[in-house]
Write a protein that binds this ligand. Structure first.
Ligand SMILES: C[S@@+](CC[C@H](N)C(=O)[O-])C[C@H]1O[C@@H](n2cnc3c(N)ncnc32)[C@H](O)[C@@H]1O
Length: 421
């Protein structure tokens, strides 16, 4: 294909995606966002802020771009961050119209909306502290170009939250996408209903069946059409995603939920391979865990500009900066106190994890350390009178690995240096 033929094909693919989302705005309409807004108290906001910016003191007045916002996501961000300035862009006029309606209904004065493709984000003529782009890039004819356009509007010291599809957990989806393509199934209401009926006859061990069982999204007509009849969709394995980021001038920060990618968490830690897994370079460990877990259907990553002037020190337990870290409990964490393993005072779970092997039993001393986490004491202060510093370090590192805490590291020396003008 010549360059100009490729450009014509890419433009046609982009048009097909746009037409698809005009006809099938995503996600399905919601009538009530009040319950959602109630969930976002100051505690949750603070934990979220330190997840993206451990080294920066908490702020709730950032500028946020929701790129490819669909019907609802930009309004949700405006509700969860009432003091932030939120901008939502999407190529689909139907999605923007829906988002405008939410803005009116909920009086979201902090939300601006615009019909604009992510590839033209520069037309916003400003940069953002946080760019959120979930479920969008893998639908673009040229995801690299889309990501480069977003990278250009991330402020220095800003962050990107990116979600893209992952291949192995979507194997069943790709089989049925191909099946639908061969049959020429169109995403009309009647065809989607026929598809729903037909899928009930899949063999029980078809790779799509567990995906259908687990996904709330695929139970809706819009979710099913989005997954199975989308005109353009690709996925990224861990190494492909890391390459995508690097190619756009971005560096990996963390996984939004990291425990499933860490061999020291859950089932893999108890296998004979555990020591070998831990000898791998960290990116290789993530790749190995994706293969071992086998069912990851998406990756959500936090990334930063690779040209940051003073890169914030990563959370690190090797030197002594951790002594001044302030732990903050992550949202959606619970302590279970029933049916405990021998010697455990509680078992800690993060309810956003879908893998059932990812839980952390803790003993009575660890429980006392955890109870002393108040969002203002450092690890050193928390440990005082309860446990040795070594035991506290090991425990807080585990809590971090298992997505039980984030850290405000702004009081440590390295963070103070990187925050200095
Ligand atoms: C699966 S939906 C995700 C919506 C939203 N990000 C969420 O997570 O709820 C994909 C969205 O990307 C939008 N989209 C597709 N191509 C786009 C482009 N080039 N620029 C901006 N938005 C685009 C679609 O219109 C659709 O609203």
């Amino acid at each position: 294909m010549t360059q100009s033929e490729a450009a014509v094909a890419a433009a046609a693919a982009a048009k097909r995606v746009e037409a698809f989302y005009e006809a099938h705005p995503y996600p399905p309409a919601v009538d009530d966002l009040e319950g959602y807004a109630r969930k976002w108290d100051d505690r949750r906001r603070r934990a979220e802020s330190h997840l993206f910016w451990p080294a920066q003191p908490y702020r709730d007045d950032r500028c946020i771009l929701v790129a490819g916002c669909g019907t609802t996501q930009a309004a949700k961000f405006a509700m969860r961050w009432p003091r932030a300035a939120v901008t939502g862009i999407d190529v689909s006029a139907a999605s923007i119209a829906f988002a405008e309606d939410l803005k009116r209904r909920y009086g979201l004065g902090n939300l601006q909306l615009r019909q604009l493709p992510v590839e033209r984000a520069a037309e916003l003529e400003r940069t953002f502290d946080l760019v959120v782009c979930t479920g969008v890039l893998h639908h673009l004819p040229d995801p690299d170009a889309g990501l480069r356009a977003l990278r250009a509007v991330i402020a220095m010291q800003g962050a990107l939250q990116l979600m893209v599809y992952a291949p192995y957990g979507r194997a069943g989806i790709y089989l049925i996408q191909d099946y639908c393509r061969r049959l020429g199934i169109e995403p009309t209401a009647a065809e989607v209903l026929d598809l729903i009926v037909s899928l009930r006859a899949l063999p029980p061990d078809h790779p799509l069946v567990p995906v259908l069982r687990k996904s709330q999204d695929l139970l809706t007509r819009e979710g099913l059409a989005d997954a199975l009849l989308n005109p353009q969709d690709r996925s990224y394995s861990v190494p492909e995603l890391l390459d995508l980021l690097a190619g756009a001038g971005l560096k990996f920060g963390r996984w939004l939920r990291q425990a499933p990618y860490l061999p020291q968490c859950g089932g893999p830690a108890a296998t004979p391979h555990a020591p070998r897994l831990m000898q791998l370079a960290v990116e290789e460990r993530y790749a190995a865990m994706e293969l071992f877990r086998g069912t990851m259907a998406r990756h959500t990553v936090v990334a930063h500009r690779s040209d940051e002037r003073e890169p914030a020190a990563a959370v690190d337990f090797d030197g002594d900066a951790w002594l001044n870290y302030v732990p903050v409990r992550a949202a959606d964490t619970i302590a279970v106190r029933e049916k405990l393993p021998p010697g455990a005072a509680a078992v800690l779970i993060n309810r956003t994890h879908s893998y059932t092997d990812i839980y952390l039993p803790i003993d009575a001393v660890q429980e006392a350390l955890l109870s002393a986490v108040d969002g203002s004491c450092t690890i050193t202060q928390i440990a005082s009178g309860i446990a040795s510093l070594g035991a506290a370090r090991d425990f807080f590192q585990q809590l971090w690995d298992y997505d039980q805490v984030v850290f405000d590291t702004s009081r440590s020396e390295g963070a103070r240096r990187s925050a200095a003008p």
